[in-house]
Ligand binder design. Structure first.
Ligand code: XIL
Length: 340
C-alpha cells in the first residue's frame, strides 16, 4: 500500500524533490517517491536563481533530468516558480530599471513556460506576493511594474504554456487578512479575463497549532471562486519558533540552546503522537473537502532532508514529515493511512 494509492480517488499526493534527489544521489528517497507520490514540486531547481546562469541564459540540465524521472515514473510535476521576490539570480540584485525588470519578467515566463509546456502539469506562476495584512509585498516586481504585475504574469504564462494549470501560491493565506488579499488577487486575474486554475496554501505549520478553523474557512472561500485549492508545502515543525519566544534568555539563533533544539537525540513518543494527531485531523479535513482539493504536497520526502532542519535556525533536528531519517514511515504516516 502507498499514500498515492490510498488517496487516489481524493487528491494527488506530492513531495518536494531536492536537487540532490533530482541528480539521482538519494536512492532510498527516490524509491519512496516512486512508491508513494504521484506529484513532484522541485524544491529549488526550477527557481530563477537555479535556472538562469546569466542575462537570458539558462541551464536546464537538472530540471530536464527531473522531468525525465517524473515522466518515466508517471508522476506529475508542479513547476515552482516563475515570479518570486526571493531566490532570484544574482545578476538581478539591485536592478530597479522598469525596462530591465520587464525584460527579465517576460523572458523567464516565456522561455521556461514554453520549454516545459505539455511536460509540466502546473505552475506556481506567482509565489508569496502578499504581506501578512493582505497588502502587496514590496518587491522588485511591484516597484518596477506596479500592482498589475500579477495579472501580467498569469497572462504571459497562459500564452507560454497553454497546457499547464496556473496557480497562485503563498503561506499563511489561510489567515483572514492575508486570505482577503489572496482573494483580491484571484478576482483581479479573473476579472481581467485571464486564467487561474487554483490557489496553493503552503501549509508550513507548527505542532499543536495547526489553524484548522481558518483552513476550513479558506477552502470554502477559495473554492467559491471556482478554482481548486491545494496544500503545496505541507510540513509541521515540532520545534519552537523563535518568533514565539520573546524571552531574552532564549537566544534566537542557537541550535546549541536545548530550549530551541530539544530533540537532537530522538523524538519523545508523546510528541510523535501529537504529530500523528495533527496530521490525522488535517487529512480528515482534506477528505471532507476532497471535491475542492486537487493536491496535497509535503515539503520533502523525509525528516533528514527537510528544510526545517536549517530554517529559521540553522543546524536543528526537526521531525516535520511522514518518513523518518531512516526512510521509515512514522506514526503520522499510519494515522493518515488509517483514514482510508
Ligand atoms: C525553500 C527550500 O526548501 C530551501 O531548500 C531553500 O533554501 C529556500 O526555499 N516557501 C517556498 C519554497 O515557496 O520555495 C521555500 O523552499 C520554502 C518557503
Amino acid at each position: 500500500t502507498s499514500l498515492k494509492d490510498a488517496f487516489k480517488d481524493d487528491f494527488l499526493i506530492g513531495t518536494a524533490m531536492s536537487d540532490f534527489q533530482a541528480a539521482g544521489r538519494d536512492e532510498k528517497a527516490l524509491e519512496l517517491i516512486k512508491q508513494h507520490f504521484n506529484s513532484i514540486t522541485p524544491e529549488n531547481l526550477m527557481k530563477a536563481e537555479r535556472l538562469m546562469t546569466g542575462w537570458k541564459q539558462y541551464d536546464f540540465s537538472l530540471a530536464d533530468k527531473m522531468v525525465a524521472f517524473a515522466q518515466e515514473n508517471n508522476i506529475k510535476i508542479n513547476g515552482h516558480t516563475f515570479i518570486w521576490h526571493s531566490q532570484m539570480p544574482a545578476f538581478m540584485r539591485g536592478i530597479r530599471n522598469p525596462d530591465s525588470v520587464r525584460a527579465y519578467f517576460e523572458d523567464i515566463i516565456q522561455t521556461v513556460g514554453s520549454r516545459y509546456d505539455g511536460k509540466v502539469d502546473s505552475w506556481d506562476v506567482v509565489n508569496e506576493a502578499l504581506n501578512e495584512d493582505g497588502t502587496l509585498r514590496q518587491s522588485t516586481f511591484l516597484r518596477a511594474l506596479g500592482e498589475d504585475y500579477i495579472v501580467e504574469a498569469f497572462r504571459l504564462a497562459q500564452k507560454a504554456t497553454p497546457n499547464s494549470k496556473l496557480y497562485y501560491n503563498d503561506y499563511n493565506i489561510e489567515q483572514p487578512k492575508k486570505r482577503a488579499g489572496a482573494i483580491a488577487i484571484i478576482k483581479k486575474i479573473q476579472e481581467a479575463g485571464v486564467r487561474i486554475d487554483g490557489v496553493g496554501i503552503q501549509g508550513h505549520w507548527h505542532l499543536g497549532k495547526v489553524p484548522f478553523k481558518d483552513i476550513e474557512e479558506s477552502i470554502k472561500e477559495f473554492s467559491a471562486l471556482g478554482i481548486k485549492v491545494m496544500f503545496t508545502e505541507l510540513d509541521i515543525s515540532v520545534l519552537p519558533s523563535p518568533w514565539d519566544n520573546t524571552s531574552a534568555e532564549v537566544s534566537l539563533h542557537a541550535a546549541e540552546n536545548p530550549k530551541m533544539n530539544p530533540y537532537v537525540n530522538g523524538l519523545p513518543d508523546s510528541v510523535s503522537q501529537q504529530l500523528a494527531k495533527d496530521y490525522e485531523e488535517l487529512f480528515k479535513l482534506f477528505l471532507k473537502y476532497k471535491d475542492h482539493i486537487s493536491r496535497i504536497t509535503f515539503w520533502g520526502v523525509n525528516d533528514g532532508q527537510s528544510w526545517l532542519n536549517g530554517w529559521p535556525i540553522r543546524g536543528r533536528t526537526n521531525y516535520p514529515l511522514l518518513f523518518d531519517r531512516q526512510y521509515q514511515p512514522k506514526a503520522a504516516y499510519y494515522s493518515i493511512m488509517a483514514l482510508k
